[in-house]
Write a new protein. Structure first.
Length: 373
């Protein structure tokens, strides 16, 4: 196990956790949460135990929304919501709400989550593939020159970071025709770098990578889009209703909202998204430079499309991959196994992942290559 600080409640040392999600939560947030689980705002009642209509939770929710707005520089004409069902529910909720029968939405096919999104959309309307990297095992983001939009898409969906493949959009997709708006699944890179929210109509992100809690989904949506719902939706799936009720149509995921709120505060304490980006770039560089410097590993992603969050690579054989994962694990570098669909290794280094972990992995990679090359 690698040594990381402990406190009174925590006597077990923490490993360097490369999990793709749920992923690392900032240690400061974990400590604050431990206290608030016992008693929130000096109330003598823990955060899990407060009514979602009480004044303590009012404060939690208001602060979470306000902090999220500040961190993401989110304009007033966007709603911030905390919904349930994970990012996967947004795969169907978005087309159910906005894609009428007979209408077309454009999707970028860049990996498993993009593929799930477009499959769900087909239940409600037509889907046009605007760009795909399927032919090259999803090793890239489609070049603008290869993108073809349909004549009149309702919206254009893309996955800003492909968690499994280790590719990421480092630019916006090219502008779509008409008044189509961008829908973005930002689950695995939300708030890892500055974001210009005004370029999007609808952003969603499951919490368990950069925001803390699994199950709770952050949704950021422009007001005028809320007016464009095309179906009479069940209450829980009605974005307009959820916005009106501040995500509290029913009992919301109170702990998830609390935890996201703490993570927003932590991001601000780090200096905001511009600083977070620098920290993330430095971590990713340590590992990518090591990959590139050794004639042993094979990175999966095309260089210009490499993800800052999820680094995917292979050794020369499956046998060595297994050995790499097992030996790394013994050294406290855990959860490096790649997704079953592409195998190999995946080092996920989200916002809260420490720089020392990237250094430790790089050092391990060098030793491993030397011993097994
Ligand atoms: C980019 C992306 N989208 C969607 C999902 C699905 O999220 P959830 O499990 O919260 O439904 C994931 C999960 O890893 C993801 O990485």
């Amino acid at each position: 196990m690698t040594s990381v600080a402990t406190n009174d409640l925590n006597t077990v040392k923490r490993a360097f956790n490369f999990s793709a999600g749920p992923g690392v939560v900032p240690e400061e947030v974990i400590r604050r949460t431990q206290e608030d689980l016992w008693s929130l705002f000096g109330s003598g009642v823990g955060v899990l135990e407060h009514s979602h209509r009480g004044k303590e939770f009012d404060r939690v929710l208001e602060e979470a929304i306000a902090d999220c707005r500040r961190v993401g520089n989110i304009p007033d004409n966007y709603q911030v919501m905390f919904l349930q069902g994970g990012a996967t529910s947004q795969c169907y909720q978005v087309p159910m709400a906005f894609l009428a029968e007979g209408e077309t939405a454009d999707y970028f096919h860049t990996g498993k989550w993009a593929s799930d999104s477009l499959a769900e959309a087909k239940r409600f309307g037509h889907v046009h593939i605007a760009g795909s990297s399927e032919e090259t095992s999803f090793d890239r983001i489609p070049d603008d020159a290869d993108v073809t939009y349909s004549a009149n898409p309702k919206y254009v969906h893309f996955t800003s970071n492909n968690t499994i493949m280790g590719t990421e959009w480092h630019r916006m997709p090219k502008s779509p025709p008409g008044d189509a708006w961008f829908v973005c699944d930002a689950s695995s890179d939300i708030f890892s770098r500055p974001i210009d929210v005004t370029k999007y109509g609808f952003i969603y992100a499951g919490g368990q990578k950069n925001l803390g809690p699994a199950g709770t989904v952050l949704v950021i949506v422009r007001d005028d889009i809320l007016e464009k719902q095309v179906r009479d939706l069940p209450w829980m799936l009605d974005y307009q209703l959820q916005a009106k009720k501040q995500s509290r149509y029913n009992t919301p995921p109170t702990f998830g909202i609390y935890l996201m709120g703490q993570v927003f505060k932590w991001i601000e304490e780090q200096g905001g998204l511009a600083e977070i980006e620098k920290i993330n770039q430095a971590k990713a560089k340590v590992v990518y430079d090591t990959l590139d410097s050794l004639d042993f590993y094979k990175p999966h992603a095309r260089e210009i499309d490499r993800s800052m969050m999820n680094i995917t690579f292979n050794t020369p054989s499956d046998e060595l991959n297994k050995k790499f994962i097992a030996e790394a694990d013994e050294q406290g570098l855990v959860n490096l196994k790649g997704h079953r669909s592409i195998g190999g290794m995946r080092a996920s280094m989200y916002n809260a992942f420490p720089h020392a972990g990237a250094e430790a992995l790089a050092s391990f990679m060098k030793d491993f290559a030397q011993q097994n090359g």
